[in-house]
Design a protein around this ligand. Structure first.
Ligand code: S3P
Length: 165
């Protein structure tokens, strides 16, 4: 299994889908699996039940995917690395690639997004800077490789990922 970690808007799904197609394995998205389980979208669940309840389900889903999904490319949610248990599961169960972007690049891509609960604040750029600062060391700890995703195209990123495998 190849797992992609990184901030929201960093290209995990886009790169993950192309990478999976190129290697010839299924693409799996842990947020999508969570949505299947809760029977709806993440944002309303998050707002209603809180971040902790969401993180509990996220950990269950990641543990199950690592145990059962087999050969695939897995895109994880941006906060998956917050829990040590998730970092261990991913690090020991997959080749983990960190798609790293600057908060400014993420902001450019997410400006008009309404699906990410953590970014529904007055100053999303400040929030992205704060989250990046908090999470960058965690992504690095969890990952085997860091791919800088600010400049290169998706195509270049997929090739960078392929070279690490
Ligand atoms: C989150 C990122 C989201 C999703 C949830 C929480 C986060 O996934 O898991 O909204 O804490 O950064 P994406 O990284 O796919 O946006």
């Amino acid at each position: 299994m190849i797992a992609l970690v990184g901030m929201p808007g960093g290209g995990k799904s886009t790169v993950g889908k192309q990478l999976a197609r190129q290697i010839g394995v299924p693409f799996v998205d842990s947020d999508h699996e969570i949505e299947q389980r809760i029977g709806g979208s993440i944002r309303p669940f998050f707002e209603r039940h809180g971040e902790d309840a969401f993180r509990d389900i996220e950990t269950e889903v990641i543990a199950e995917l690592i145990a059962r999904a087999g050969e695939c490319v897995l895109a994880t949610g941006g906060g998956a690395v917050l829990r040590e248990r998730n970092r261990e599961l991913l690090h020991n169960g997959a080749i983990v690639l960190y798609l790293r972007s600057t908060p400014e690049d993420l902001f450019r891509r997410l400006r008009h997004d309404t699906t990410r609960p953590l970014l529904q604040v007055r100053d999303p750029l400040a929030k992205l800077r704060e989250l990046h600062q908090q999470r960058d060391p965690l992504y690095r700890r969890c990952a085997h490789y860091v791919l800088e995703s600010a400049r290169p195209s998706v195509h270049a990123l997929v090739n960078m990922a392929l070279m690490q495998l």
